[in-house]
Design a protein around this ligand. Sequence first.
Ligand code: BGC
Length: 439
Amino acid sequence: MSSYKFPHNFKWGSATSAHQIEGGNNNDWSEWEVSKLRVESLKLKGLNPNDFTSGKACDSYNKYQEDFDIAKSLNQNIHRFSIEWSRIEPEEGRFNEKEMQHYIDVVKSLRDRGIEPMITLWHFTNPVWFANKGGFLNKKSPEYFTRYVKYVVSNLQDKVGLWITFNEATTVYSSLSYLKGFWPPQHRNILEWRRVNKNIIRSHIQAYKAIKKIYNHSPANLESFEVEPRDRATSHNVVPRSDLFYGSGTGVEVGITENCSFNPSGNNLYERIIGKIYNYYRNLYLLSKAFPYYDFIGLNYYHIDRKSPGSYKAVPKQDWNMEYMNWEIYPKGIWHVLNQLKKFRKPIYITENGTADAKDIVREKYIKEHLRWVWEAIQNGIEVRGYLYWSLLDNFEWAHGFTPRFGLVEVDYKILERHIRPSAFEYGKICLANQLEVD
Ligand code: BGC
């Protein structure tokens, strides 16, 4: 049996996003889900459109306390979730105080359980009014986005120390929505893809500066907020209170999350060039363009990606494919990616890593093998501050609907009941011990 101990203030948790779990959203995605184009195309494939309509999802908008009780019972001390822009600003310039209060309650309820909130401000969905203006194609999009961000952050500044502006905006979102045409608004236009990327980067930088300004004007009094540091006295030191918030003295850190894959390339010149270009756009583009305007990197890592036959010489084909998603799983890839990101000299949170696995056969192994390589990266001097499994709950997996089941917790969508999967308890043991044990 080998033990891998993590740094004493390492954070352990899980992640979700609003549209995937809350239910009852009204945004560009919910409109697309029921659009004629979408429904007809699902029917043509013999699929039931109801399985691809977010609807009530997990009803976490109402059941969040129950969800956080589970996270706490599993020894998690950080939780990443997203705020749904379309709830906060359902019409242009009209902010909904009731919905803002809802998210204040959500944050409070995490804090009451000793779980630190990490908030994503944008996770793939847009208010309908914003989408009708062209979304991030609109040159004023950075202004619209920053106005929303300012409203949210001013309302939560004394309660939240970790913000993420965008989730996977220039890899997954812009390419699926503007290049490949799979996601709303289903465009296929390389010039639009470039424009969206540029506007998202401008939006991030403006929002980053705006958030910093809010906290600089009135530094957050986070100390006054009741946070119970996790008592891990049995296995290592208790987290000192001051370690719960990092950096700047203003009590805030603002990051950006990107989906990176491990992209081994072949060795002939052509394959190396293709590999380099792909790897740049996949892993480095956003972080290079947004640099230095982020305090941490949120890394979402799921799989190895192959763009050339020669890659199989570098890394043999793995005999491990993710259920339904068909992604080739290669845990050491997370170590390669972490090493690639080292050059940005920013702390890193693993903001997503997980597998669809309805029967919970390989989830424990998936988590442990990835953690083993995260640990290795930490030994190489890379500052990884936390690991957040995707996802706390089974949820609405975008264009794939409800079939893929990523949750530590199984959701029975008919009666909205939660059942903790066995792997979640195994992950809970690691969280509590701050240490991975492997036979
Ligand atoms: C996204 C999540 C998604 C997960 C699994 C990530 O790309 O941020 O929203 O559910 O991958 O596909």
